[in-house]
Design a protein around this ligand. Structure first.
Ligand code: NAP
Length: 496
């Protein structure tokens, strides 16, 4: 890779590969490349440390709602997770450990944001430009920039006029002490159900502004004892079995979560309602917390202490819509002024899956944003016609609603690896997925969407403005893995 700045050792090799992002996707790719004996890669990370989601989301209570035995690399099992659903800091420690073990830091450029990518057909190479103007050449790019990265602040009138502290869950300010403060949380999604019970005991008052209630199910969490960890360490088959059972268990229950099958959904709704009755005594409060959309249409939340928080004397559920944010706090539509010292925005992320992470110019000068103006589409979620040698991880229509995203990511890494090997072995200039192959794949994906619960009438970040779903995979993880298991050169236009 040629560079105008000091560059890591990947520069010396004749087949430079760029990995964008040092989260799970980028780190997993780097490990698999190393295992395959390919050392000529550089990981570009815009932040000052690795970790992606798990570096950024450090709000109180931040944890993964997928069990760690499946929310970890299959090729880097960890027998000593402290609990079933590891907290954010432990996942970040895991990633740091993996990076050290595989000596990935020598391949890494931190604080290096790629701001532009441009493909040269003659050369069969991408030129990547960084924020400081340096350029890098890469024969292949593996883009693992993440799907839910940039915090989204709601479009609420007067948001800039609040005189207190405003904190987004994904950029927590640990220097600000919430103890004894009057705090508002806006949002009731996956982040809110974790942060609300965590800060409720500490603050003076907590008002949770709910626009849409969510289906919440029990969290079967468990703290592993030292004996259990030791057994998992000594007998790796136990860890493998735990992972396998959890994976197939989520596949088994998958249709309950992703199919638009009202009878199945009712099973989930009943389970959630039972949970609500166990957690909240007041019928009026229960009514306000009960969703009016089908189970699974929005992300199902897992918590044993979120609903229970509203039983506390210092916690209030506000369902009156927000009119505006003012200097002192939040004014609701009924004219009431709610005064706060701090407002926590648990309002999610801009959907980075649907847009190019930065201007990406492929063949014939077309940009990825132009090609995706009608919705993000990629063959198997990974390759886009007109953008040769560019492999996306966690791309369009590869998100799961029911299991660990990492099982999809691992399949994508293997696919990209096969393609890279093919390009190297056959000395190809580039491979570019055929438009008709991509179109047929996408037609199949979108055709299946109408049978998915996400299309059953609720609004969610899963859907684009025109109501199409370019985020999630409409089916079982096992089926996606089967479909992505082989890179087929016949599906690609090839330049030698
Ligand atoms: P989210 O699911 O997008 O939820 C945002 C919340 O903010 C929603 O309740 C939304 O209400 C509310 N909101 C947005 N704008 C508002 C406004 N103007 N007024 C009032 N309320 C407003 O965000 P998130 O909770 O951060 O989760 C995002 C995704 O991150 C999740 O779906 C999940 O994929 C991931 N995540 C995962 C975990 C995990 O454990 N694995 C944990 C956290 C997050 P509406 O519902 O009415 O739009």
């Amino acid at each position: 890779m040629t560079s105008s700045s000091s560059a890591p050792r990947a520069d010396r090799r004749d087949f430079p590969i760029a990995i964008i992002g040092a989260g799970f996707a980028g780190i997993g790719t780097a490990i698999q490349l190393k295992k395959a004996g390919i050392d000529s890669f550089t990981i570009f990370e815009r932040a000052g440390e690795i970790g992606g989601t798990w570096r950024d989301n450090t709000y109180p209570g931040a944890a993964c709602d997928v069990p760690s035995h499946v929310y970890s690399f299959s090729f880097e099992p960890k027998p000593d997770w402290s609990r079933t659903f590891a907290e954010s800091w432990e996942i970040q420690e895991y990633l740091l450990g993996v990076v050290e073990k595989w000596k990935l830091r020598e391949h890494m450029l931190l604080d290096t944001e790629i701001v532009e990518a441009r493909f040269d057909e003659e050369e069969g190479a991408w030129t990547l430009t960084t924020g400081s103007g340096d350029t890098f050449r890469a024969r292949v790019v593996v883009a693992g920039a993440g799907g839910l990265v940039d915090p989204s602040f709601p479009d609420i009138k007067g948001i800039e006029s609040f005189a207190g502290e405003m904190i987004h869950t994904a950029r927590w300010d640990h220097d600000y002490d919430l103890t004894g403060r009057r705090v508002a949380v806006i949002g009731t999604g996956a982040s809110a159900v974790q942060v609300v019970p965590s800060i409720a005991p500490q603050v003076e008052t907590l008002a949770v502004f709910q626009r849409t209630p969510a289906w919440v199910v029990p969290k079967p969490d468990h703290i592993y004892s030292e004996e259990e960890k030791e057994r998992l360490r000594r007998q790796p088959w136990r860890l493998w079995l735990s992972r396998t059972l959890r994976y197939w268990g989520s596949e088994l229950f998958g249709p309950l979560v992703f199919l638009d099958a009202p009878r199945l959904s009712r099973l989930g709704e009943r389970m959630s309602m039972r949970h609500l009755h166990q957690q909240v005594k007041d019928p009026e409060l229960r009514r306000k917390l009960t969703p009016d959309f089908q189970f699974g249409c929005k992300r199902i939340l897992i918590s044993d202490d979120y609903w229970r928080s509203f039983e506390r004397d210092n916690v209030e559920l506000v369902t009156e819509p927000i009119e505006e944010i003012v200097r002192e706090g939040i004014r609701t539509r009924d004219g009431a002024l709610h005064e706060f010292d701090a407002i926590v925005m648990a309002t999610g992320f801009s959907l980075n899956i649907a847009t190019a992470p930065f201007p990406v110019t492929g063949r014939d000068g077309r940009t990825l944003d132009e090609v995706w103006s009608g919705g993000a589409v990629a063959y198997k979620g990974m390759t886009v016609s007109g953008f040769p040698n560019w492999f996306i991880l966690m791309g369009p229509n590869t998100g799961p609603g029911h299991t660990s995203v990492l099982v999809y990511t691992e399949a994508q890494i293997q696919y990209a690896l096969q393609a890279i090997r093919e390009i190297m072995r056959e000395d190809l200039r580039w491979v570019d997925v055929k438009q008709e192959v991509q179109d047929a794949y996408n037609a199949g994906i979108q055709g299946r969407m109408k049978h998915m619960v996400w299309s059953s009438g609720c609004s969610s970040w899963y859907l684009s403005a025109d109501g199409e779903n370019h985020s999630l995979y409409p089916g079982f993880a096992a089926e996606y893995i089967l479909r992505a298991r082989r890179f087929k050169p016949s599906e690609y236009e090839i330049a030698r």
